[in-house]
Each structure stands twice: as structure tokens, then as C-alpha cells.
Ligand binder design. Sequence first.
Ligand code: SAM
Length: 287
Amino acid sequence: MAVSVNDTSDAASHPALAPGLYIVATPIGNLNDITLRAVDVLTRCDGVACEDTRVTGKLMRHLGLSKPLWRYNDHAEERDRTRLVESMANRAVALVSDAGTPLISDPGYRLVNAAREAGVEVQTIPGPCAAIAAITLAGLPSDRFLFAGFLPVKEKARADMLAQFAAVDATLLFYESAGRLVKSLSAIDRALPGRRVAVARELTKLYEECRLDTPAALIAHYEAKPPKGEIVLLVEPPHEAEASAEDVDALLREALLTEKPSQAAAKVAKATGADRKALYARALELR
Ligand code: SAM
């Protein structure tokens, strides 16, 4: 399993870490996002368990490090996992994934569980995570969110999962691939009508973008300009129960006391989830 064994780190300036398992987050695009603590642990550990030795090898070379790399994923044979955990009795093992935070739609859960059960010291070195980066960028409520990993690929399973989340009063987050984006946007439009969606794409990379719009507008955009790269999809929480026409008129009248019709319409649209254009037309009538 070991790929490289020539550790060139200087033992005197980089004392060894205490034995155990270290969960290390790595960049999701921009390599400058690696944390000081992640560099320290990768410098001082005895070896790195990773999804793909080529991907992690590149990161290690970028950091000027050379360590043994062990391929690991949660489908590893039980005995390989047991052997890796046993080695943590006298070795500091860093766990990384190809990008971002291990265990978040990535391997690691079984390893952490096995390490804990074996009484191994487990530490986390937090850092980049696409879901967390996306929620900071989208402009959707961030006080409560539900991260659900990848949406199922099959249409029925995808529709069922979305229906299951319809009543959840939180922003929903999914990982998605560029090739499936339009299909997923259509599925969201059908299962969760009237909700805006944010597409957070290529986060921390050169072509980073984040578009918040209706699914229909996003579908039109991405059909005209097929997306590339990595994507997080965010769906806004359900709107409050629909306000009655009288309630909406009352809110508009009140807003019109101090605001222009366009601003009043925007304010009431935000409060009720009603269509802003229709509210603007009504505001002009009421003015
Ligand atoms: N563990 C990783 C994390 O902490 O974000 C996620 C691993 S998961 C296998 C990979 C998925 O994360 C991608 O398909 C994409 O949906 C999302 N992702 C990863 N990097 C991204 C980025 N730079 N921009 C947008 N989404 C990203």
C-alpha cells in the first residue's frame, strides 16, 4: 500500500507528532487556503492516508514534503483498516481526501470510528469545505441549513429525496456535478416550486461564480452556457404560509408610506415570497 518512504523532513526542527489519527482538511481549489496547522501536521506526521496517492502526492510536492502515502477509502478491506488503526499506536497518521474536509461526502467515517473504538487519539484539523464555502457566498439563510451530500442520480430517487426535504425549514445544500446540473434544477423546480436556487461553482478557483435565481432562469442560463467544474447547489427554505391578497395589500400600503413602488414591492416580496413584478404592478395601482 505504501507509495513513498523517503521522508525528507528535518527531525530536529520538526519534532514528531504524538501517535494517533489526524483528520486534515486540504484546499478545494486555491492552494493558499491550506491552514498553518494542516501544513504543520503534514510536515510532522509519519504518513498520510489518502484517497488517491497521485492527487495527494501533488499537494505534498507543492508543500515540499515527501511522506509515505497509503491509499485508503471506506471500502477498504476490514483487515487493512485494522492494520492502519493498529499502526496508530506508535505512528501519527494524517487522513486527507482529494480536496476539502475528509468525511464530508468523502471517506473517513469508518476509519475514525475504528480508531475511536481502538482507543486511538483522534484530532481534527479543520479547513476548506465546499458546502461551508458555498453557504457563506450564496446570500441564503445560513442560520439553519441541511447538507445532504450528492443528490441521487436516478430520477425517482432524486424526486423522492427532494420531496422528503420539502417541509424542512432550512436552506438545503447538495453537491452536484456539472453534467447533471440542469436535470437537478428541473427536479428541484418540480419538487420545491417557487424556491430560488443558488449555483456555487468552482469555489476558490479562477472561474468561481455564484448565481442565485429561479430554477427556470438558471436552466435557461446553463442550457445556453453548459457549466464546467465542481458545483454546490443551495435551495432556499420554504416561504412562510402564503399571505392573503388583503395581507399583501396592507403590507404594500404600509411600505408605500415611506418607499417608492419598486422598493415597496421588493420589501414585500422578501417578506412574503410573492412575485416582485406582480407586487410592483399592484403597488402602482395602490399608490
Ligand atoms: N470533502 C469535500 C469538501 O469538504 O467539500 C467534498 C468532496 S465531494 C467527493 C466533491 C464534491 O464537492 C464536488 O463534486 C462538488 O460538488 C463539491 N466541491 C468540491 N470542491 C468544490 C469547489 N471548488 N467548488 C464547488 N464545489 C466543490
